[in-house]
Design a protein around this ligand. Structure first.
Ligand code: FAD
Length: 496
């Protein structure tokens, strides 16, 4: 009587593989499509999803519901308290509605794959065709292999293979057919399914009203906002991306990770639209900024491919086993200072305060703050990984895990362990005039000149201002921290 598409991390109608196939199948057998979205509060808890991201998803859901309704497609929404119950409930819904074809897009994390495996068995048992689709990556995991037939563990050769694959298979980037309008009698037949309300976030995931308002303004939700933002970036900014992307105060990146993470925009759509504005219509040539940006979007695919091939990274293990034995410091006080932006290193503090206030952090600063936690404070990188995922609006397991692995040198294709970012140098290079620091650290805003990067070391007026306004002294001394990091990492690796 109907075909289901189960929405998860794909909150859009446009360029959606599973939804497109569900619509095609429904047309073939002369029925309509029902969209389903299930909120599982336990999943949000277990995966430390940030309140900002929960709010963004719920806002995006409202947009999706409206877009589907314009096609007479209902979005049926339900809350299932116990996540173990989710597969059984989905089967029950399918049976109640006389559904024989059930579509969704695959999520590659271990919990999700196990859930889908369970669903395959249950659906088969009931004679329902369950059709999970590869959609989340531009190139499906498993398609790219080294000459020796293995998965790449280094980005650069992997990226060359990714580009070559897409040039050889241009259809992979083609936009998926949009869903069609449901048959005329559908709305009448399934009228109650159109009545689902958008649920509220569970109490543990609720934002203060001030934060909610701020995030609504900063991060408009839904697929139309995503495409608007992308188009703006492609017309106004992408040409200079290669030269400007590392400077946090320039606001020069696309700021669409939130849409990739919620699936309000497909990575495929981003790559295709960027390619289409390139002079050569290629992925790895032509305009520098476009080439550079596409290679950043590809990092998202790279980390997902890594996750698929080495799923143990979902279980709190570092990608590099030899880094399991580093002796970390355990200091709640230092962790707390890092989290609140009170370390006495202005660039680190400005970055952490920006995260706490906007649920986002610029990529360069993610690297600086992550390196600072793991190397300067010598705190277990997993603490930082968890803090990020539970505060970011664009929190995404594999990108976050990949970024933390890179910065703490424990991950795939990482920064070598002996490269310890000097936060002051990073600051004077990427925030030369201290504009970003001034924006986030009012205690230091009146310092003129270079002293803003390290007021206490600089001394004089800079130190006076910092002291007078209660800005903390560095909680760890830079040269000491660097030496301690090198010796602990070396000893940890040597212990294997
Ligand atoms: P742009 O520079 O415009 O890039 C375009 C798109 O490419 C991004 O939207 C994103 O989808 C993708 N991308 C860019 N850089 C990376 C990267 N290094 N890894 C993976 N994808 C990338 N990104 C997340 O989406 N979620 C996370 O939870 C996350 N955690 C991170 C943690 C650390 C420690 C580090 C170092 C990086 C992390 N990143 C994460 C990657 C990156 O910082 C963000 O994707 C980027 O800052 C988003 O801003 P933008 O959309 O303006 O990016």
């Amino acid at each position: 009587e109907a075909v289901i598409h189960w929405f998860k991390r794909d909150l859009r109608t446009r360029d959606n593989t599973g939804l497109s196939l569900a619509s095609k199948r429904a047309k073939e057998i002369g029925v309509g499509v029902i969209g389903v979205w299930i909120l599982s509060p336990q999943d949000w808890e277990a995966h430390l999803v940030s309140p900002a991201k929960c709010d963004f998803e719920l806002r995006s859901l409202a947009v999706l519901k409206k877009d589907l309704e314009d096609l007479d497609i209902p979005l049926y929404i339900e809350v299932v308290e116990e996540r173990q119950q989710l597969p059984a409930r989905l089967v029950e819904l399918a049976e109640n509605w006389g559904v024989k074809d059930f579509f969704c897009n695959i999520e590659y994390e271990v919990d999700e794959l196990r859930r889908e495996q369970k669903l395959v068995k249950m659906m088969l048992g009931k004679g329902i065709r369950f059709e999970p689709q590869h959609d989340d990556c531009v190139v499906t995991p498993g398609q790219l292999q080294t000459g020796a037939g293995r998965q790449y563990a280094v980005y650069s050769p992997w990226f060359r293979a990714w580009v070559a694959y897409l040039h050889a298979h241009p259809d992979v980037l083609t936009e998926r057919h949009p869903p069609e309008r449901n048959p005329p009698d559908f709305k009448q037949k399934f009228s109650s399914l159109f009545e689902s309300a958008i649920p509220s976030a569970p109490s543990s995931k609720t934002l203060t009203s001030e934060m909610k308002k701020r995030l609504e303004k900063l991060w408009p939700a839904g697929e139309h906002a995503a495409v608007d933002r992308l188009q703006h970036f492609l017309t106004e900014k992408i040409g200079k991306y290669h030269a400007t992307r590392n400077f946090p105060s320039k606001n020069s990146t696309a700021r669409i990770s939130v849409h990739h993470a919620a699936g309000t925009l497909a990575g495929r759509t981003s790559v295709r639209l960027a390619r289409d504005v390139n002079s050569t219509k290629k992925l790895d040539g032509g305009i520098e900024g476009i080439k550079g940006w596409i290679s950043e979007v590809a990092w998202r695919d790279f980390y997902r491919h890594v996750l698929v091939h080495w799923p143990y990274i979902c279980m709190n293990k570092p990608f590099k086993f030899e880094y399991t034995n580093i002796e970390w410091e355990y200091s709640d006080e230092h962790f707390d200072a890092w989290a609140r932006g009170q370390t006495g290193y202005p660039i680190v503090d400005a970055a952490m305060r920006s995260l706490n206030s906007t649920a986002y952090m610029h990529n360069r600063l993610r690297m600086v703050t992550a390196s600072f936690l793991a190397k300067h404070l010598l705190l277990d990188w997993r603490l930082g990984e968890q803090y990020f995922i539970s505060h970011l609006i664009d929190g995404d397991f594999s990108s976050n895990s990949g970024g933390w692995g890179f910065s703490s040198s424990t991950g795939v294709d990482p920064q070598p362990y002996f490269r310890v970012f000097n936060p002051w140098l990073q600051s004077s290079k990427f925030d030369e005039d201290g504009e970003f620091i001034r924006q986030w650290i009012p205690e230091l805003a009146s310092i003129s000149g270079k002293g803003i990067h390290n007021p206490y070391e600089t001394g004089g007026e800079a130190a006076d201002v910092a002291k007078k306004n209660g800005y903390p002294k560095p909680i760890v001394e830079h040269r000491f921290a660097r030496e301690r990091c090198l010796s602990r990492y070396k000893a940890g690796i040597g212990r294997n």
